[in-house]
Design a protein around this ligand. Structure first.
Ligand code: AHG
Ligand code: MN
Ligand code: MN
Length: 290
């Protein structure tokens, strides 16, 4: 897949995220502390969260054809004067995913979602989604209805590495968030099976963990918890875009019952249980949670 046939507005969103990624990565230096503020999900913001959000927000909201902009770091969406779904799009971002990894200098990412409908929107209304991974190399994965591509980013330039990213058939890795004592019994029983079959890869940033699943095959989950049945991850900013990427790569996503892309949107910052990866593993999980 390449973006040659993509809507120019979508291409412009992708190019803006790619160009900004170099500055975000550079801007992480010296911004590893917390600020005295919380995001709409009630989590303490990092300096880098605010920096990445301000940089991306100004640029993405300023693109002709972006009618709405929303960020995990902002309580309300930004009305850019055009109606998504009527020739314009709505863009939602998680400016820095896994920002708690900053202190320990571990991988993190930036997530973007382009919806052809007003926010909060159904995942089926996505026309493009993807992420930047700040790892040893800065890479970018972009999914559209044509498929999934991976790029290496350097100096704001994108180099196509793989134009047909597909989930490997044989699963190898798994990563499950939350604390074991907080997992519901049925999820814990499923996890006990999986841990005898696959290798544990969990690093605390969904993007980095999902990128391992896309590379090696397997499953990632941040399940509903006894203490918080809706789980931790946000549907508009994390579940939908990454569910779209994994499904376009030939895998499945689920909130435990259905594709994440079929989860009815409620409020802009609503959370959802997230399970992503090889089709057979997700089918098995849904049976285990019935
Ligand atoms: P964010 O930094 O955007 O809030 O995302 C963090 C999320 C996600 O990236 C990751 O999978 C999860 O939080 C990790 O949660 P735990 O620290 O509870 O493992
Ligand atoms: Mn996140
Ligand atoms: Mn974030």
């Amino acid at each position: 897949m390449t973006l040659e046939n993509a809507d120019p507005i979508v291409e412009s969103v992708v190019a803006t995220v790619a160009r900004s990624a170099t500055e975000i990565r550079q801007g992480l230096i010296g911004r590893r502390g917390s600020v005295d503020a919380e995001n709409p999900s009630g989590e303490t913001q990092k300096e880098a969260d605010v920096f990445a959000d301000e940089l991306l927000g100004d640029r993405l909201a300023g693109i002709d054809g972006v009618g709405q902009f929303a960020s995990e770091e902002r309580p309300d969406l930004v009305d850019c004067g055009e109606t998504p779904g009527e020739g314009a799009y709505a863009v939602a971002v998680d400016p820095l995913d896994g920002s708690s990894n900053l202190e320990s200098n571990n991988a993190m990412g930036t997530i973007f979602a382009v919806y052809d409908a007003p926010l909060p929107a159904l995942g089926r209304d996505l026309v493009a989604a993807g992420y930047v991974l700040y790892g040893p190399i800065v890479t970018m994965v972009v999914a559209t209805d044509e498929g999934v591509a991976e790029y290496e980013l350097s100096g704001g330039e994108r180099t196509l590495i793989d134009d047909d990213v597909t989930l490997p058939d044989d699963p190898v890795v798994y990563g499950f968030g939350g604390r074991v004592p907080d997992w519901p019994e049925d999820f814990e029983a499923y996890a006990r099976e999986i841990e005898t079959e696959l290798k544990l890869r969990y690093g605390g940033a969904m993007i980095a963990d999902v990128n391992q699943v896309l590379t090696y095959g397997g499953i990632f989950a941040y399940p509903g918890l006894e203490s918080r049945p809706e789980g931790k991850l946000r549907l508009q900013f994390e579940g939908n875009p990454i569910g779209y990427v994994v499904e376009r790569a030939g895998g499945r996503s689920s909130d435990g019952e259905r594709s994440l892309l079929d989860v009815e949107p409620g409020e802009l910052h609503d959370r959802t249980p997230v399970h992503l990866g090889n089709e057979a593993l997700i089918d098995r999980l849904e049976s285990a949670l019935e």
